[in-house]
Design a binder for this molecule. Sequence first.
Ligand SMILES: [Ca+2]
Ligand SMILES: [Ca+2]
Ligand SMILES: [Ca+2]
Ligand SMILES: [Ca+2]
Length: 316
Amino acid sequence: MVFYRQTLLEFGFFAVTRIVTIWLGKSFLKSMPLNTYRSLLRVDVKSAKNLKDTDLAGKSDPYAVISFKDREAAPKSSRTVTIKESLNPIWNTTFFFLVSDDCKHFKVELFDEDFGRDDSLGHCNVLRKDPGERTTYSGEEYYLEKGKGGTIDISTQEISITSGLDYLLGTRKAAIEKFIASKQRPPLALLEVVIHHCEGLKSGWIDKSDPYVKIQFEHEPEGAGVMPKDLKTRTIDNNPSPIFEEKFHFMIPDSLKSMRLSVWDEDPGRDDALGHCTVMLKDYMQKEDRKKYALNLKGTITVSYVRIPLPPLFFD
Ligand SMILES: [Ca+2]
Ligand SMILES: [Ca+2]
Ligand SMILES: [Ca+2]
Ligand SMILES: [Ca+2]
């Protein structure tokens, strides 16, 4: 009787949610997966010349901010250190960003650090290179707009990660091995996670689960977070053993030692947890073979990952 009532309740809920789902439209209910970063961009902010003096005593104290439009890059912005009392500052700083195909340019704005609000020293837009020229390291001096005068010297280079890190492990093998052998610890590593599939997830009798997987990181060190945050797979409807085969890329702090995978049942209201597990990240590996992990509630998830230091992908 209890079973019957449970089934009837479940069927009622199932019918109502399905009607609501159809009524609102599937695409409205499903938020887009954020797995859109296809390239790794290196930006070198070298130096600026003939900046405007905006301080009454002494000279301007310049720093540069690189920023992208929403969702076009992770991190969305980065800044150099401040060079005190200089109209011709030299930074020679390298930044890395994961960028999406939508990205057409980024903005570089210079500021004078002050006690109150910082003064703008002008900005420029750096156009993304044509696909055929992206892998070449090159740059130029950009004039600062808004009539403030001065120029800034910026160089860029890109590596495509569309086909995955296997390709890079081949082409950059010597540089990566040399770097690992030198025992240097870079601030950032590149992590590729492949969510292959789940098996035997928790599921209703009539309304089967509609699973998706979230990738998260715990114990992030202060000031050096994982980029991008909280990526997830697409949702596979009505299937307790879904096959995803989706690939994700993250820039992670070198010291990060684990990631958390959680599986969720997408519902029109609040999504239900289907279980989670923690994957310990081994130190730099050429490749970690696919492995099956037990979820805390029911079923398993099969994943693989590659974790490599960032600098040797660009430097020999
Ligand atoms: Ca000032
Ligand atoms: Ca000053
Ligand atoms: Ca100042
Ligand atoms: Ca559901």
